[in-house]
Design a protein around this ligand. Sequence first.
Ligand SMILES: [Zn+2]
Length: 244
Amino acid sequence: MGFKNSCFGTGKDETTIKIKWLRSLVGIPSSCYVSKTKTGKYDISILVEEEICQLPASNKTVGVDLGIKDVAICSDATVFNNPRTTKKYERKLAKEQRQLARKVKGSNNFKKKRSKAAKIHEKIANVRSDLTHKMTAKLINENQVICLESLKVKNMVKNKKLAQHILDANFSDIERQLQYKSDGYGRTVSKIDQWFPSSNMCSCCGVLYSGQWSLAIREWTCDCGQKHDRDLNAATHIHVEGLR
Ligand SMILES: [Zn+2]
């Protein structure tokens, strides 16, 4: 088994597979793990030993509210959007899955549709993973402390309309990446384990929204006069709680 001219060979015969590198190889490779995806591609994970330089200390800290409409909104008003491409592919996937459901299980048409759906699924996962890596890298780069709600808290406010497993996977990826990147670069992740009403509590005066609270409310004005964007207000609370 080995690499040659950007090709990967199994060593058993002359067969080689062209490699598309996701990032350049740095450090000394010690082992690699090859797996085959549902769409017939190969994933190669290479374990490398690398000296990581800690980042220079930053005096910035941030609160991050992981969301649904946007991937995340930060207390400094930075917004990480859901890319349009994911939306487009999600609609495509839904269509393919509807058509798949009408096919006779095991038939050729069924297999064709299933493989098509798997390809779109893989595409969505790749786009999302790329975005998660860029987002966590930016947060770690710029901030000394990153505050966020733990998954335990996030799961208390489940939304039945959404594909919860997709959201959960995304949230846990973000949390995991922030944790290992902050460990490596000398940053701190502060997780809030206690649920508190972060969206509907005024981050200026601490008073709760006086009317009937609902998921549909995106903006509101507190009796103290302060106008709030729902998610930015939540991120501000997370920031304050996380630094406590
Ligand atoms: Zn207020």
